[in-house]
Structures are given as structure tokens and as C-alpha cells.
Design a protein. Sequence first.
Length: 188
Amino acid sequence: MGHRLSRIYTRTGDDGTTGLGDGSRVRKDHARVEAYGTVDEANSAIGMILAVPGLPQEVARCLTEIQHDMFDLGGELCVPGIQSIKAERITGLERVLDGFNDHLPPLKDFILPGGGPAASACHLARTIARRAERRVWSLAESEPVNLEVPRYLNRLSDLLFVIARVLARHEHGSEVLWRHDRGAGKHP
């Protein structure tokens, strides 16, 4: 097992830097820190979905497994040169995504983020996963990145969209559809 934290604060970051997993120090706004920090944020948002009572068990199991993947993925970004996310994890996400999507009606309209507490939290997690993917691509402009990482985040955001649809039906009975015919410029 790695380091055990007996003290949470170290004061080493008070100068605006943070330590990476390989022992090097970088600025707290470094592209690598932005990338793994946003992955952590997405993982926390997934935790918010899991905190909603009454989730379908298959959704809870899936999201719990994803949280473990996200921790691995963040660790990979924190320690330059290691690789823990492999293509098989992306194939696994696609398989789960297809399984959930097979039970949903085809999309005919855009869906607004909403539909109940868990579905709304899932939409939020989806948008954070998209931002994490963008942050990883920004990092890849200047440093080598395992390309399975942004692929995983891309598939994850797709899966979270589908799970949000599942949860909207579970919680609310339907999804919140965008009303494109309400007239431009008209407000309620």
C-alpha cells in the first residue's frame, strides 16, 4: 500500500505548487493538475449520484466501478509515465452503455438536464467528464498522455448521458425535452 496520511496539511503547497506522484513539483494551475483535478471533480459528482436514495442496483454497481476507474485514471495523470487505463476498460464502458441504451426509446428531441435529483446529478457529472476530457487534451498538447485516458472520458460522458435518461425515467417517469417550437425570444 502507498502512503498513509497521518496529517492532512503539509504546508508545502502554500507557495502555489503541488507535488506530483513522481515527487516533482509543479504549479497548482499546471495542465496536469487541471486534468487530474477535473477527473477528481467528475468522480465526486458521480458520488453525488450514488448518494441519491433508491438508485437501480445495476446503475449503482456501474457507477461504483467507474469511481474506481476514475481514481486509477486520476492517479495515472498524477504520476507521469504510468499507464493504468487500458482499451479493455473503454470496451467495457461501451458494453454497459449499449446495455442501458437498448432499453431506451430512440432520441427524437434534445433532452434538458433534469428529470429528478439523480438524473440531474448525472447530467452534471456528464458535463464535468466532458471538461475533464478537454483538460486531458490540453495536457496532451505539451506532454505525453496515454490516449486511452481521453477516450475513456469521452465514453464515460456518453454513458452518463444514457444513465441520466435511465434515471429520469426511474425517478420522474420521463425526460425533460427541449421545446424548440416555443418561439425565439419569447419568455414565460
